[in-house]
Design a protein around this ligand. Sequence first.
Ligand SMILES: [Fe+2]
Length: 138
Amino acid sequence: MDRRALLKLGLLGVSGVAAPTLVSAKGSGPAPMAGGLYYTRENPGRWSKKIGGHFPLVEKLQGGKIKVMTSHAMNGYEHYIVKHMLLDKDYNFITERMFDPMKDKVAVSTFDLGSYRGELHVLSVCNKHDTWLNTASV
Ligand SMILES: [Fe+2]
């Protein structure tokens, strides 16, 4: 392979990494990466038998708070939910909650959204089964 071809491949790799930003900038939603880089209930990709234990559920609480639940076992560092993460409508990071599998027996977190309202993307990350996304309106 010549140098020009390698450079072309390198550029393609970079653009692949940047794709979520480009997608969000258009406001067209997460579909292109769903089932690939991250998973959704509709696009579970290679983890189609793992939806129930990995798809994060979102419950609205009073006072602008939410509860995020992933019904996944917390089996020490062997297999657990690493964290929950919140992104705004444009996929900008808002906050996250890291779990300690030696202390946290369930993957449940609560967040105070303050004055934020609108589309909220919620990510749940498993150490074996990757990242799962749910989108809620808050
Ligand atoms: Fe898992």
